[in-house]
Design a protein around this ligand. Structure first.
Ligand SMILES: Nc1ncnc2c1ncn2[C@@H]1O[C@H](COP(=O)(O)OP(=O)(O)OP(=O)(O)O)[C@@H](O)[C@H]1O
Length: 247
């Protein structure tokens, strides 16, 4: 598989997943290019997590098609999945293991060769500021450090596609800085990065593209360099709400 064939790291067309009461996602198209940080923003319940879960095959689709690193989602081989790093819902970690051992186990599962595991783990620990916690049992970590660990597990193997749901949740300001630097580094290295967030200011600092999701649909884009993101965000959302209510 050449870089050219995977320059679009993720491509989704017409994704539909309905839940009771008209909830879910209702026909979403989305692309994540190599080297790009693409952010999804939307109100609580807009459909961001449903979309991310659908993109990763964690949720059955009612309609639509996903191509992940150049493969149809349902046919993606293990090598493709090894090149994906994601944190959607629970951090990938083993509660009974210590931090370093848990990261090593995740690295092995992601196909990191045995001889490279140590370096990957050290990279993850340094990137997310987990130094000093290497021998701490995962189950004893604070919420924010568990989030750091989940992010380290998702990023330590230098994935070509990164999918993160609200990654700055529970992070302190130092963690937010580390996460920002790591996402920029991954993208600079050619990864495609898709990230959902509620923090418009934070998103504007890193994103190349910001997509607004409302009531299960893409309703517009925001300019990361734009002057008043909050205002622009609510303008998109309210316009869509008005359109849907038919007024
Ligand atoms: N398993 C499920 N069964 C039924 N409804 C669901 C399920 N998962 C999500 N929903 C509904 O689908 C809609 C979208 O939820 P989703 O979690 O994708 O939103 P979100 O944009 O990630 O929200 P938040 O910002 O609060 O995390 C919501 O109305 C939610 O209640």
């Amino acid at each position: 598989m050449t870089e050219a064939t995977t320059a679009v790291r993720l491509e989704a067309r017409g994704l539909v997943r309905r839940f009771r009461g008209d909830a879910g996602i209702r026909g979403i198209d989305l692309d994540v290019a190599a080297g790009e940080i693409h952010a999804l923003v939307g109100l609580n319940g807009a459909g961001k997590t449903t979309l991310l879960r659908s993109l990763l095959g964690m949720l059955r689709l009612d309609a639509g098609r996903v191509r992940l690193l150049g493969h149809d989602l349902e046919l993606a081989p293990p090598e493709a999945w090894s090149a994906v790093g994601h944190l959607v819902e629970q951090p990938f970690a083993y509660r009974e293991l210590d931090v370093a051992t848990s990261l090593a186990a995740v690295a092995r599962l992601r196909g990191v060769p045995r001889g490279d595991v140590r370096e990957a783990v050290e990279r993850g620990i340094a990137a997310l500021g987990l130094q000093g916690l290497e021998r701490r049992r995962v189950g004893e970590l604070s919420l924010g450090n568990r989030q750091r660990l989940g992010l380290a597990a998702a990023l330590q193997h230098r994935p070509r596609l990164v999918v993160l749901d609200e990654p700055s949740n529970a992070l302190d300001p130092a963690g937010v800085l580390l996460l920002r630097a790591e996402l920029l580094a991954r993208a600079a290295d050619g990864a495609g990065v898709l990230v959902s967030s509620h923090h418009l200011d934070e998103v504007a600092r890193v994103a190349d593209r910001i997509t607004v999701v409302n009531a299960g649909r893409v309703v517009g884009a925001l300019d990361p360099a734009g002057a008043d993101l909050e205002r622009a965000f609510f303008a998109r959302v309210h316009a869509d709400d008005l359109e849907r209510s038919g007024t």
